[in-house]
Structure formats: C-alpha cells, structure tokens
Design a protein around this ligand. Structure first.
Ligand code: NDP
Length: 399
C-alpha cells in the first residue's frame, strides 16, 4: 500500500520496524534512517528477506536540508519520527517542504528547557492543512494509546467524561540498581520536572513526586505511583467533552527514586552545560553515556507493564466508571521482537498510526492529536498486533 521512512534506530524504532514487516500488505517498503547508520543496517540484516523491502540511510535529523534530500530520494508516503523530541520540528519542516505525512510519539521539546507543550507543533496546523498533508502527533502508548482509549470511551461508553486518570505501571525488573527503560535523558528530564494536572481547565502544579498513591494493578498487584506532568493531558483536556480533571500517574520503585534523588543532589541530572577539562558538557548527557543502554535491558527484564485509563462520567443520566488497559509481558516482547515492553508498547502504536495514514482511514490534512480520529480501526489493530486491551466496569478508583 505504501512507503514509510522511519527516522531513528533505537529501542522504539526497532520494534516499529519489526511490526511494519509483520504488516507488509500496508508497509511495502521502508527506509530506516538515523544518525548512526550501522544500527539501521543491523536492523535490516535481521529482518531482510520478508515481503517488506528494506533500505537504510544516514541522516542528521537536526538538518532540514539533509532530511529533504533523503525524502526526495526515497519518496515515502509517510515519515515516522522515532528519533528524539528535539527533532520534531526539523522533521515537520522537511515533511512540509516535500508534502509528506508525518507521525511521531513524543511532543517537541527544546534542548535547553525541559518543557513538554504542544504549542510549537500546533503552530504548524495551517501550513499542514494548506499543504494537504496530515501530522499525527503522539502515536506511542502514552501519549498514543491513552488518547485512542479516551476517544473510544467517549464514542462508545459515555455521554460525558468528567475525570480521567492515566495509570502507567512498569513492574519490570532488569536487575540493575539503576537504569531507565527508554532514552535516559528524556526519561530523567520527565521525572525530575515538576508534576502537574488539569482541574477545571487550569493547570495545577506540584513539586516533583509530591503526590503519591498506591494502586492495585490488574495482573500485577500493589505498586507505588506518583503524579507526573504528561503531554497528553494538554490535548485530552481540549478534545474530550466535559473534562473536569485529568491526571497522570507512573509507578517507580524505591531503588529508582533513591538513586534519582542522589544523582539530582549531586547535580548529575542538570541540563545546564558545565565546563569540564576545557570542554562544555551537559551533566545529564554524560550520565546517559554511563548508564546501561535501554536497548540492552531486553534480555534481562522480567515482569509486566500495565498502562491504561480510568474514566468517570455519565451515560444516560447515570454515573459510570470504566477502565481500559493493556498488560504486556517484558519477556514475551523480547521473545517476539528482541525488545522489552516499554519499547514494544511504543513501537507497535507508532506502526499502527502510520498504517492509518497509509490506508487512508485517518487522512485529515492539518496537525492532529491522536484522540481526534475514529478510534475503532486503531483499537482493532491493537488486538491484532500484540497489544490487546481489556476493560472493567468496576475498577478500583484513585482518590
Ligand atoms: P533511543 O535513544 O533508543 O533512540 C533514538 C534514536 O534516534 C537513536 O537511534 C538515535 O541515533 C536517533 N537520533 C537521535 N538524534 C538524532 C538526529 N539528530 N538525527 C538522526 N537520528 C537521531 O530512544 P527510544 O527509541 O527509546 O525513543 C524514541 C522516541 O520515542 C523518543 O522521542 C521518546 O521520547 C519516544 N517515546 C515515546 C513513548 C510513548 O509512549 N509515547 C514511550 C517511550 C519513548 P544514535 O543511535 O546515533 O544515538
């Protein structure tokens, strides 16, 4: 059906490439392009020989001209951005210049301020509309599937949704005292930032990790979880009718938090450059270099993830609660595609989002968040491609 250019060759891209090859009727041809071409070649070697034709390329995604040249050469129908959030705008610029559809899994973040906001990408709306191309923002799990779950709940289960709690539990154990499950720089920037949630249309800010709850996750059990700022709160509060409050919680173990506090206290999580032996270095980037590569955690990680949304609202004048979630097993993911569940739960929806543009079901010129589209074909694809969802009408609630 079409051609996809995948930018990035890390944990998430690796899963996405595997999944594109499993969906070869839609992904006839893919090109994997990243800063380090050897990583793209390794992926190609692993998956070559199937129905999807694979090529590779070297690209610096900070450079719009390089991206345009690559897009003009490969002529993809869609670009799947699985590099880092810093590259979102340059890749969107290149898509605009070449009139190519765009998909990502994380919103743009300037390098020098850890701030997650959609304003930079939403500013492209008119230009994408005029160019007749679609940008699908946030097609990972959270953001991503959480938005699709919300659209599905709105469409099929509620007249009005008043409260959403997004719960992200990773009960995987990789055996290291401290490691992050995806890009350490992005992960640590996210968890060391202030927390926030939306109440009655306004942001309420908290200190980092100030709000803690214990939740009994289906198929996992009780875990400590903490309220974090998360990007999908901003778009869901606008796109879901009747929202009074929306919060995001993520689980963290005590060992992770103790290490993080210690690293913070000594200045290792700072994104302010410092002078070291005549060279400018960013402490957090240095920390990334000494931590285990998330891609290496796959074979060691045991346990499950459970990510989902609890909705509270009204249907036919009556109060209603509804919980939609997915449980994923780290070792089963590793057996299937050679990656742990955090990369898996992001790479599968990235492939599905791109397939919705290639098959025309979600083609809508402009810049859109995922919950703006019909959730049904995406929900079907989740069941088909390894992220089956479960539902409950009487979940434990978070106070
Ligand atoms: P990795 O660090 O494993 O991979 C990032 C890849 O991007 C690497 O291959 C890297 O190249 C490449 N890259 C970085 N900078 C450039 C550049 N300037 N030009 C070209 N390539 C570049 O990250 P992950 O795979 O874990 O994460 C990928 C994305 O997914 C991130 O944006 C992350 O925020 C997002 N994510 C979203 C989630 C969701 O649920 N929505 C959950 C988890 C992650 P090199 O190998 O040379 O370093």
């Amino acid at each position: 059906m079409g051609k996809a250019l995948i930018i990035g060759a890390g944990g998430v891209a690796s899963v996405c490439v595997h999944k594109c090859c499993q969906n070869s009727d839609v992904f006839e041809e893919i090109c994997i392009a990243s800063r380090t071409k050897s990583k793209c070649d390794t992926l190609k070697e692993k998956l070559d020989g199937g129905k999807t034709k694979i090529s590779t390329a070297q690209v610096n995604a900070d450079n719009v001209e390089e991206l345009i040249e690559l897009i003009n050469k490969f002529k993809p129908d869609v670009v799947i951005n699985l590099a880092l959030p810093y590259q979102d705008l340059t890749i969107m610029d290149a898509c605009l210049a070449t009139k190519t559809d765009y998909v990502d899994t994380a919103n743009y973040e300037p390098l020098d301020t850890a701030k997650f906001e959609y304003k930079w990408q939403w500013a492209y709306r008119e230009r994408f509309e005029q160019a007749g191309i679609t940008a699908l923002l946030g097609s990972g799990f959270d953001p991503g599937v959480t938005g699709v779950f919300s659209a599905y709940a709105q469409k099929h289960e509620f007249d009005e949704i008043n409260y959403i709690d997004i719960l992200d539990c990773n009960a995987g154990d990789h055996g290291y005292p401290f490691a992050t499950n995806f890009n350490p720089e992005i992960n640590i920037r996210e968890v060391s930032a202030k927390g926030s949630y939306i109440k009655n249309g306004k942001w309420v800010e908290t200190e980092p990790m100030e709000i803690k709850r214990v939740y009994n996750f289906p198929e996992i059990g009780e875990k400590d979880m903490y309220l974090l700022h998360h990007e999908e709160l901003e778009s869901l509060a606008l796109n879901i009718k009747g929202i009074k409050r929306i919060r995001f919680f993520m689980t963290f173990g005590q060992s992770y938090l103790t290490h993080l506090k210690c690293l913070e206290n000594v200045g290792m999580t700072s994104i302010e450059p410092i002078e070291f032996e005549g060279k400018q270095i960013v402490p957090l980037q240095f920390l990334k270099a000494v931590l285990p590569d998330p891609a290496s955690l796959g074979p060691r990680t045991k346990g499950k993830t459970n990510i989902g949304c609890i909705f509270i609202g009204k249907k036919d004048g009556k109060d209603k609660t509804y919980y939609l979630y997915n449980v994923c097993d780290h070792q089963e993911c590793y057996k299937e595609v050679g990656s742990q569940a955090v990369s898996y739960t992001t790479g599968v929806p990235a492939m599905i989002g791109a397939s919705m543009l290639l098959n025309g079901k979600w083609k809508k010129p402009g810049v859109h968040n995922i919950e703006e589209f019909d959730p049904d074909p995406f929900m079907d694809a989740l069941n088909k491609f390894g992220l089956p969802w479960k539902e409950s009408y009487s979940p434990e609630l978070v106070d």
